[in-house]
Design a protein around this ligand. Structure first.
Ligand code: BTN
Length: 249
């Protein structure tokens, strides 16, 4: 079934009852015979769902959204990769904030509920060609109707909103917003994306503990155009961190 509320995303939706990983599947297809922009690969259940930093993504079969969306952001240079992550985070956050005002974007791209915990994870994998991004596989794991989790600090929309929802409805909303924010990105309005991302950032300007090899007290001040997290340490020192260089405690 194709998505009806979008112009160019979700016009080719490939549904599988089970697969290893929708991200891997999308990448295989791209390598074999390319895919059109906007193609979505979605499944009820992944046997080898991938998370960030080589972790595994767990999701109860049929309860949640696990899908990959294929984009062709050839207008982006490799150094601008992080804008895809910002754009998708902002889009998903906008949808979830209709259910609760307590959702935040946790750098780099988790969507987290302040009281209940992580509700959505994003894994973006790019195909880079010479000087631009040829393909981007945007993998999204959004917990929708699952209500019990084997890990702490994980949640779902149903837990937050107190009611189950139709996966198709949530998918349409998410992809509709991604289409909107992807257009903003394409138009080159980076400051609009930066501004929205910053305004929804978890622990912005709040003193908390972090670990960059050593535990320290600091506060997040902003993110840089290349996606680094800019922090102020208690000592007054300003430091930027790339992926995996700092951990929230
Ligand atoms: C994270 O660790 O927060 C990222 C999780 C990303 C999970 C999604 S589910 C659909 C897509 N396919 C995968 O194998 N992973 C992503």
């Amino acid at each position: 079934k194709i998505l009806a509320n979008t112009v160019f995303l979700g016009k080719d939706v490939r549904y599988l009852t089970e697969c290893h990983s929708t991200n891997d599947l999308a990448m295989d297809e791209i390598r074999k015979k390319s895919l059109n922009e906007g193609c979505i690969i979605i499944t009820d259940s992944q046997t080898k769902g991938k998370g960030q930093r080589g972790s595994q993504w767990w999701s109860e079969s049929g309860k949640n959204l696990t899908f990959s969306l294929v984009l062709k952001p050839v207008f982006l240079k490799p150094s601008q990769q992080f804008y895809l992550s910002k754009m998708v985070s902002v889009a998903i956050h906008e949808v979830l904030s209709a259910y609760s005002k307590l959702f935040f974007i946790k750098w780099p791209n988790d969507i987290l509920h302040f009281l209940e915990g992580k509700t959505c994870g994003i894994l973006i994998e790019n195909v880079i060609n010479q000087n631009n991004i040829e393909y981007s596989v945007v993998g999204i794991g959004l917990n929708v109707n699952q209500t019990s989790f084997p890990f702490p600090n994980v949640s779902s929309l149903a837990i937050v909103a107190g009611t189950e929802m139709r996966l198709q409805d949530v998918l349409e909303k998410i992809v509709g917003k991604i289409e909107y924010w992807y257009r903003v990105l394409k138009s080159g309005d980076y400051s609009k994306i930066d501004g929205k991302y910053k305004s929804e950032l978890y622990q912005l300007d709040r003193w908390a503990y972090y670990d960059d090899g050593e535990v320290f007290k600091g506060r997040i001040k902003d993110t840089s155009p290349d996606g680094k997290l800019i922090m102020e340490k208690e000592s007054g020192e300003i430091k930027s961190y790339g992926l995996k260089e700092v951990r929230f405690l």
